[in-house]
Design a binder for this molecule. Structure first.
Ligand code: NAD
Length: 354
């Protein structure tokens, strides 16, 4: 199969990362780039890439099959529509657009033009997420009833445009998109309620973090939290089920699963001295009553993002990241903004997300 020719529009941090990753692909190749910044154009030339002079030139080039959009968030919509109307397939970075209505417009044009449009929700492939997914699906903790998913740093909001509302800045539209996409992929049940609080500690016009509480119809409750003012982090994942608890600390994937060994032979925990008092309630479970397992990485048996994209174009596979799923995440993000604004929880049944 001849490789699909991709032009990357926006050769910044993520655009150049795509160029690196695509080098390993058997199905797609980078044919060139377009970026409005002369510095980035120069960097591309130094990396041996063809640089187009304008987006119009890219779109008019019949040899180009795919436009990969890695520009600031507010430009995704217009470039996507132009690319689809020029007959190109599109890979668009997350967040697909700044709101769900704009995304509906793109989906309609993709349908009319019969082109493939896929959003790069790459964190579905993250090892830590795959480990949690495996834990959830294999019911290693019994029935999971609480999921806490967090990313935290102490470096504030990075870069320039991410500080601006007009450009789709802020952490909910940045990391929030990834964590919510993972959560909705994990829990196969309608979302019924959301409460949220956005953080503006750094004084930007956009959120520098947020905390959201999500309730699913099947009873699972989740906390999704992003912070950029955390000098000490909480764990990446903390999951509770009816027969155990699991933790993944960080990107190094170190973690632990602690679960009941055999309920019939539970050995009562010994009371411990806690501060100036004594407690049995908060004592760790007796070692005889629990099994401790090291979290193992799971083998992923799905195609990479780019392979799947190429197969979708060839009509050989369904998209792993479906546009309906991306739409649902955008609706949830809108509900989080709303819940934070009104200071109250939102009943999601009204949003008809199901
Ligand atoms: P960046 O600022 O590093 O790069 C953006 C580039 O786009 C810059 O080089 C800029 O000159 C160029 N640009 C701006 N407007 C343009 C236009 N109209 N036409 C052509 N080029 C234009 O930003 P980034 O961190 O690379 O983020 C880019 C996109 O990638 C964002 O949507 C972001 O959310 C996404 N992203 C995704 C991931 C992921 O893991 N999926 C990670 C980082 C960023």
């Amino acid at each position: 199969m001849e490789k699909l020719k991709i032009v990357i529009v926006g050769y910044g941090g993520m655009g150049s990362f795509h160029a690196q990753l695509i080098k390993n692909s058997l199905e797609v190749e980078v044919h060139g780039i377009f970026d409005i910044s002369e510095t980035r154009q120069q960097n591309a030339v130094e990396n041996g890439l063809t640089v187009y002079g304008s987006l119009e030139q890219v779109l008019a080039d019949e040899i180009v099959d795919v436009i990969l959009i890695a520009t600031p968030n507010d430009t995704h919509k217009v470039i996507s529509i132009q690319a689809l109307q020029a007959g190109k397939h599109v890979i668009c970075e997350k967040p697909v657009t700044l709101n769900s209505i704009d995304f509906v417009e793109i989906m309609e044009i993709a349908k009319q033009t019969n082109r493939v449009f896929m959003v790069h929700q790459n964190r579905r492939w993250d090892s830590d997420f795959q480990m949690i997914k495996d834990l959830y699906e294999t019911r290693k903790l019994g029935d999971v009833f609480q999921i806490e998913s967090r990313v935290q740093g102490a470096n504030g909001i990075p870069g320039d445009w991410r500080h601006l509302k007009e450009q789709g800045g802020g952490m909910l539209l940045d990391w929030g998109v990834h964590l919510l996409d993972q959560l909705l992929d994990l829990v196969d049940s309608p979302l019924v309620k959301i409460a949220a609080d956005l953080s503006y500690v750094l004084g930007d016009e956009v959120d520098d973090g947020f905390i959201s509480y999500l309730t699913f119809e099947n009873g699972v409750k989740a906390i999704v939290e992003v912070g950029t003012t955390n000098y000490v982090k909480l764990p990446r994942w903390y999951v509770k089920g009816t027969t155990g608890t699991a933790i993944i600390h960080d990107w190094d994937l170190k973690g632990e699963i602690v679960k009941q060994s055999n309920v019939e032979f539970v050995v009562a925990p010994k009371p411990i001295k806690a501060g100036e008092g004594l407690t049995k309630t908060m004592a760790p479970p007796s070692e005889e009553s629990v099994i401790r397992e090291i979290f193992e990485e799971v083998e992923m048996n799905s195609d990479s993002f780019y392979t799947n994209f190429a197969k979708v174009i060839a009509g050989e596979a369904d998209p792993i990241v479906k546009n309906e799923e991306v739409y649902r995440v955008m609706k949830v993000i809108e509900a989080i903004f709303k819940a934070a604004e009104i200071g109250n929880s939102i009943d999601l049944m009204e949003l008809q997300l199901h």
